[in-house]
Design a binder for this molecule. Structure first.
Ligand SMILES: [Zn+2]
Length: 166
């Protein structure tokens, strides 16, 4: 059974580290946890959680607007060019709902399998990257890319960016 921990922040005195407050209640595979202790006099603890709870309670969610209009950029407002990769694979904005559901599903499977990499941690929280694999629309091969997530408390991942790079 993989070892999972919950990062728990304990208030001691008046000073609170913004990063530790964001980590409070977040779940990580023990070997892929942010560095602990996080700073001198960090009062946080890493508390073991039952893997059955991780399997049962972990969730992923995303806002549809991350896909339409942001990712597919149908009105060419954002001009980030991220839509070009998906269009070259045969996907258009009409696939936004499918892609959203697929990214959420794969991210959940990989998160509970511990198949993620830690990204940047700052006062907004701990980011993790998860690789997503989808078929080209014509079925000739598969392509993959990294989706970026923010770790929230109690096993929740919230999508930051559907396409964070290759
Ligand atoms: Zn701390």
């Amino acid at each position: 059974m993989p070892s999972w921990i919950q990062w728990t922040h304990h208030s001691e005195g008046k000073t609170h580290c913004d990063e530790c407050l964001k980590l409070d209640g977040c779940w990580f595979l023990e070997s892929k946890s942010p560095t602990w202790p996080h700073h001198p006099f960090c009062h946080c603890t890493l508390d073991p959680i039952d893997y059955a709870v991780v399997l049962m309670d972990a969730t992923t969610y995303s806002e549809y607007s991350k896909f339409d209009p942001y990712l597919f950029d149908p009105d060419n407002v954002y001009k980030h060019g991220k839509n070009r990769a998906f269009e070259s694979w045969g996907y258009t904005v009409t696939d936004a709902r499918w892609l959203q559901a697929e990214i959420e599903k794969q991210a959940l499977e990989k998160y509970i399998a511990g198949d993620y990499t830690l990204g940047k941690l700052n006062e907004h929280g701990q980011r993790i990257n998860i690789r997503v694999t989808i078929p080209r629309k014509d079925g000739t091969s598969e392509v993959s890319f990294m989706a970026g997530w923010m770790v929230k408390s109690n096993g929740k991942l919230k999508l930051n960016t559907p396409y964070g790079g290759k």
